[in-house]
Design a protein around this ligand. Structure first.
Ligand code: GDP
Length: 198
């Protein structure tokens, strides 16, 4: 898929105020600092569409971007940021779950995982939650440039093991990306294109 246009539409913390248009939506979510903004900018060919920030936890809203006038890329707040006060955390978790449980336009969630790290409890819990509410999702491993190709393979194998230990029968569809080196961009955009055409 060629990106012809990418336009910011609206930010909010209330799923009922998300755009009314019935375009397919792809949601991007992960722990703060996982590289979500960098990935969104890489995918859309924009330097600063999603705000990359040195301050994790800053973008705590549902952000809708309209791509090629026919689908929405949805940038969701990073989760698991310790310095967000408990109250704020509860609020954004509620609207994240509202988004996943109520948004009919959502066709696929992308859960971003830093390829360097061992499987984190919060990610596994979130993936389990998506399974329970039957939201189709893929895993996007980020920052692949930071480790060798051999390590990429062994880290994915370790992740698969962690998922199997958490009652998954198989490794979900996954992508390996590096926003620094543009890795995985074509694969992800082709995947979205194919789902849009189904
Ligand atoms: P977010 O909080 O998930 O939106 O993460 P950001 O996109 O702001 O990235 C967090 C940090 O990781 C920044 O310092 C980025 O420059 C860095 N980063 C993000 N993606 C990559 C990547 O693919 N490779 C490398 N080497 N660094 C990355």
């Amino acid at each position: 898929m060629k990106i012809n246009s990418a336009e910011f539409i609206i930010s909010n913390s209330d799923v009922s105020k998300c755009p009314l248009e019935r375009l397919p939506e792809y949601a991007f979510i992960g722990r703060s600092n996982v590289g979500k903004s960098s990935l969104i900018n890489m995918l859309t060919n924009h330097k600063n569409l999603a705000k990359t920030s040195g301050k994790p936890g800053k973008t705590q809203l549902i952000n809708h971007f309209k791509i090629n006038l026919n689908w929405f890329l949805v940038d969701l707040p990073g989760y698991g940021y310790a310095k967000v006060s408990k109250k704020t955390k509860e609020v954004f978790q509620q609207f994240i779950t509202d988004y996943f449980e109520k948004r009919e336009q959502l066709v696929c969630a992308f859960v971003l995982i830093d390829i360097r790290l061992e499987a984190q409890k919060i990610d596994l819990e979130f993936i389990t939650y998506l399974g329970e509410i039957e939201i189709p999702f893929c895993i996007i491993f980020t920052k692949a440039d930071k480790i060798s190709k051999t390590k990429v393979a062994s880290h994915i194998a370790a992740y698969r093991k962690a998922l199997l230990a958490n009652n998954w029968e198989e490794m979900p569809q996954h992508f390996v990306t590096s926003s620094l080196e543009n890795t995985g961009r074509d694969e992800l955009l082709t995947f979205i294109d194919n789902v849009n055409q189904d």
